[in-house]
Design a binder for this molecule. Structure first.
Ligand code: SF4
Ligand code: SF4
Length: 484
């Protein structure tokens, strides 16, 4: 009988569900959730102190070696003094090498316009560079350049295609975004035409738009080029019109719905939309917005609480509402997701032992977001630039901004997160929230990060309980959920 001693990893966590009398055991860095009964919990409990298979066999029935081996493979049981983060450091080095060798980027975004016809104060894009306690919308600020030129757009696409060819990829993804891209429609149209004429590569297109500037001709072009449309409706009429407003302060619900109808009329209906909930519309959001989606036979709703401002509603209340809406949506065949399910998605889809993940693809160095002036970011809403189209190759040098972001955001790297219940699964949350908090001088904004940590931990637990009760049938796909 083997004399090697094992002990329970300090990174193992248990989520118990008294109702089903089962529990989920998982590793905070590597995931690998297992739904177990009391007997398995008691077995793991033997290893609170280092113990060998020989010692355990004396107090439990049967030969424990197979089960010890199984738990050791997923790091639930480790040898005493084993350095669990060593493996993660090696994974990080591999990831950084991949970034440096230009092999990670699989999507690009064009910040087509920094202008918007709406005036929503909660817009993630319009957060001030320095927190003066006041949000100053972009359209009131002086910027040298607000729209991307065709020449810049073409250079960015060409550079992306060079990368694709280097990687041997024949299929790419181009996203049009930033403030309201339709303000600069002629450039989008030229990009669509230009890309569609390339023989050796094909593209998937997506756009984030409020749709109000979408004419019949633009809608037809979306259909022709199969552009996936991500749009927002922040609740039924009153809830939406409280926060999603024009620059003149008027509600936008009716105008947005008219565009939903236009797309349906041309045979290119939306399959869903995004809902953002802030302190302004929290109490007004309910299942009526889901009824609207159900009536329109939609299949997917992205839901998110404000990522850049405190909602001023207790976390428990936010989670109760979210889970109630999710249940209602799921019962009607609607996928209901958001930034909030990233840690749970990581927990149930892939282990860092066998694959890779982070809070989002942006911080893994998978996305290139070109600003209107050709500067480059990891996500269209972040403010940190990591390069420029004029000096593209420098972005992949050892000390570059891109390498620094990927290195600092690798799961298990941040000291602040060390020991957190969802450390590797969350990996430090949304980069935009971090930026907003780090440049903020207001005490209230400083609370945002801690509030979001509390939220991510508790929503992950709520989803885990739902998962346990469904015997693992409600796990979310390994999809990129950030639609912001
Ligand atoms: S950001 Fe917060 S919730 Fe996420 S891993 Fe770090 S401490 Fe945990
Ligand atoms: S989750 Fe990632 S992609 Fe989404 S806004 Fe945050 S940093 Fe950007």
């Amino acid at each position: 009988m083997e004399r090697q001693k094992y002990q329970l990893s300090p990174n193992v966590r248990i989520i118990s569900d008294p109702e089903s009398e089962t529990a989920m055991v998982y590793h905070t860095l590597y995931g690998n959730p297992r739904i177990v009964n009391d007997e398995s919990l008691r077995f793991l409990d033997f290893f609170r102190q280092p113990a060998s298979a020989e010692e355990i066999s004396k107090i439990c029935d049967g030969d424990p070696r197979d089960i010890i081996r199984e738990f050791a493979e997923i790091f639930f049981l480790v040898k005493p003094c084993f350095d669990e983060k060593k493996f993660l450091r090696e994974k990080k080095e591999q990831q950084l090498a991949q970034v440096q060798e230009r092999r990670t980027i699989d999507r690009m975004g064009l910040a087509i316009s920094d202008l918007c016809n709406f005036g929503c104060a909660h817009c993630i894009h319009f957060q001030p560079a320095i927190d003066s306690g006041q949000v100053l919308p972009m359209y009131q600020r002086a910027f040298p350049q607000l729209n991307m030129t065709w020449e810049t757009a073409k250079r960015c696409v060409d550079q992306y295609v060079v990368l694709m060819r280097e990687q041997g990829r024949t299929h790419g993804k181009i996203h049009f975004g930033n403030a309201e891209p339709l303000v600069n429609w002629p450039v989008i149209e030229r990009v669509l035409e230009y890309c569609s004429k390339m023989d050796d590569v094909s593209f998937e297109f997506a756009i984030n738009t409020n749709m109000v500037l979408m004419t019949r001709q633009i809608a037809e072009a979306f259909k022709r080029y199969q552009v996936r449309i991500a749009t927002s409706l922040d609740g039924a009429q009153t809830a939406n019109d409280t926060i999603r407003i024009t620059r003149g302060g008027q509600g936008t619900f009716a105008r947005i719905l008219k565009k939903f109808d236009h797309l349906a009329e041309i045979g290119y209906p939306l399959d869903g939309f995004s809902i953002t909930v802030t302190r302004g519309n929290f109490e007004l959001i309910d299942t009526d917005i889901l009824d609207l989606a159900i009536e329109r036979r939609m299949t997917s709703i992205a839901f998110d609480y404000d990522l850049v401002g405190l909602v001023h509603v207790p976390v428990e209340k936010r989670i109760a509402k979210l889970m109630r809406l999710k249940k209602y949506a799921n019962e009607h065949g609607i996928d209901f997701f958001g930034t909030w399910d990233s840690p749970f998605r990581n927990l149930t889809s892939e282990s860092l032992l066998s694959g890779d993940y982070a809070f989002c693809a942006a911080i893994q160095g998978k996305a290139l977001e070109f600003n209107v002036d050709g500067s480059i970011k990891i996500c269209s809403h972040t403010t940190t630039t990591v390069g420029h189209i004029d000096s593209f190759d420098e972005m992949f040098e050892e000390e570059s901004g891109l390498m620094q972001i990927v290195a600092s955001r690798f799961p298990g790297t941040d000291e602040y997160c060390s020991g957190c219940k969802i450390e590797g699964l969350c990996g430090g949350q949304c980069h935009v929230t971090r930026e907003v908090v780090s440049r903020s001088v207001s005490e209230e904004q400083q609370k945002l990060f801690v509030d979001m940590c509390d939220f991510y931990r508790k929503i992950t637990k709520a989803l885990a309980i739902e998962y346990i009760r469904s015997n693992g049938t409600v796990a979310v796909d390994n999809r990129q959920t950030c639609t912001l």
